[in-house]
Design a protein around this ligand. Structure first.
Ligand code: SF4
Length: 482
């Protein structure tokens, strides 16, 4: 938690200790209110990025761009949306994983080149972007942002292929890593998932219009119907002739991000063909089977721990209560009073309910522990509210490795589980017991087929990275991810 002095008070950053999702993307094709629908869809995806928001719309001849730093509802005024004319659009919400948090790095990125205009929005992280960028700069290319995404724009613009689809295939055959993309020119929309399928991208339908979105919760808000997920490696072109799909790149082992189920996605989304809420509940059930506890009450760390805590309570036959209440109206930062208040950053977001906790043996369920700082304060808060025992249950395995595929994670040495055994973590948290879900249990809950390694990336739990790194990649990624 970063503290910065502001006059006589302290500005406290209020993010809880979590991995952070990086971006959300949307695309709308064939609707007279395309920009408005993109705006609403981005609003539904706000949890995937809160630093900047942007939309590009096409009127068939010209692309129009509006983007700014801030939340979706703050960025887009009516006047701004009116300027986004046309029947198709793409949009993006961003939390920075590469490049700094500045307007020049906000997406969609838009560029003019020999064959017209293109705009692009990216969810993921390229592992060889710095190398490509270096090579392009050596050949005279000038970059206007510090994001990995811009290399894709350059590669498309430099391609000898004449149409958007083939130029995109050419460009993406040169990059490695994680990408779910929406790309448009004046007349066509393209949705793409990388061959590993790290990040999600779904197709929906609204009347005659087509919708692409990182998560299906965006479809629900605009009353579009979920059609299907794009397949890993799929390029889906949407134009006046309809839908055209192909898989032009060499196939790769399916490696969908299992952490989307644990924490990132909204529980009301359908993701990788399954309900996120149902998977999270199953994670909780499995956790109760693996780490039973003699407790009087099960409580979640809200909001992300709620479905797993429900599953845990049901499987254990214990009462489920809300013992921690979350204040949803706190922004990112807060000015702390001059008089220091212990654990202020967590306290302003979460408060313990004494009536639920007093004299009880409490099982508290959370989705993950990153550095352990927040969990330690929560344990202390529960004891302060009268809990007799505090048993921490985590609905994922210990997080031991950083993510290089588009998730904001601390460095390895900051991850408490990379350097501490479970018993050491228990002592640090001052909990009566700590139980993590096993890797096998995680995969069983996430897969229809109960087999470890069934189509998911689990590198942050295992250190086994599906996209191999060269020494040089590792060096560049460390620079990107610090
Ligand atoms: S390393 Fe973890 S967070 Fe990153 S893609 Fe793999 S499972 Fe997801």
């Amino acid at each position: 938690m970063k503290n910065g002095k502001v006059g006589m008070t302290t500005m406290v950053e209020l993010r809880l200790d979590k991995f952070r999702e990086e971006c959300g993307v949307v695309g709308i094709y064939g609707h007279p209110e395309a920009a408005n629908l993109a705006y609403l869809s981005l609003y539904a995806l706000q949890h995937r990025g809160q630093e900047s928001a942007g939309i590009v719309a096409s009127d068939g001849k010209t692309l129009h761009l509006e983007k700014a730093m801030g939340l979706v509802a703050d960025v887009f005024s009516e006047a701004r949306l009116r300027r986004l004319k046309g029947s198709f659009a793409i949009g993006h919400v961003r939390y920075s994983t590469t490049g700094t948090s500045q307007l020049k790095n906000a997406q969609p990125l838009m560029a003019g080149y020999l064959r017209g205009q293109i705009a692009l929005a990216h969810n993921g992280n390229l592992t060889n972007a710095e190398k490509i960028r270096h090579d392009l700069e050596a050949q005279g290319s000038i970059f206007s942002s510090t994001t990995d995404t811009e290399v894709i724009v350059h590669l498309i613009a430099r391609s000898r292929e004449l149409n958007l689809l083939e130029a995109s295939v050419d460009a993406l055959s040169q990059v490695r890593g994680a990408y779910s993309l929406v790309i448009m020119n004046e007349t066509e929309l393209l949705g793409i998932r990388d061959p590993y399928g790290f990040r999600p991208l779904s197709l929906g339908k609204l009347g005659d219009a087509w919708v692409l979105a990182s998560e299906s919760c965006a479809f629900d808000l605009i009353e579009a119907k979920f059609v299907r997920d794009l397949e890993p490696g799929e390029f889906l072109l949407i134009n006046e002739r309809g839908l055209h799909t192909l898989r032009p790149l060499p196939p790769a082992p399916k490696s969908q991000c299992i952490f989307e189920y644990v924490y990132f996605s909204r529980p009301d989304s359908l993701l990788f063909c399954r309900s996120v809420a149902a998977v999270r509940k199953e994670l909780g059930r499995q956790l109760a089977r693996e780490h039973p506890v003699e407790a009087d009450v099960v409580i979640p760390v809200p909001d992300s721990g709620v479905p797993a805590a429900l599953g845990f309570a049901q499987e254990a036959g214990l009462p489920f209560e809300h013992g921690l209440i979350r204040n949803h109206y706190v922004g990112r930062t807060f000015i702390e009073p001059k008089q220091a208040i212990r654990h202020f950053g967590v306290k302003i977001k979460l408060n313990a309910v004494r009536e639920v906790l007093e004299g009880k043996r409490v099982a508290v369920v959370d989705d993950s522990i990153v550095r352990g700082t927040t969990s330690r304060k929560i344990v202390s808060m529960l004891r302060g509210a009268g809990a007799r025992e505090v048993h921490v249950r985590i609905s994922s395995p210990p997080t031991i490795s950083p993510c290089y595929y588009g998730i904001d994670t601390p460095t390895r040495k900051e991850l408490i589980a990379s350097t501490h055994e479970v018993e050491e973590i228990r002592r640090y948290l001052r909990a009566d017991s700590v139980g993590y879900l096993s890797l096998k249990g995680l995969h069983e809950a996430a897969s229809k087929e109960p087999q470890v390694g069934m189509g998911f990336c689990d590198a942050c739990f295992t250190g086994r990275y599906p996209v191999p790194f060269t020494e040089e990649d590792h060096h560049q990624l460390r620079l990107f991810n610090v």
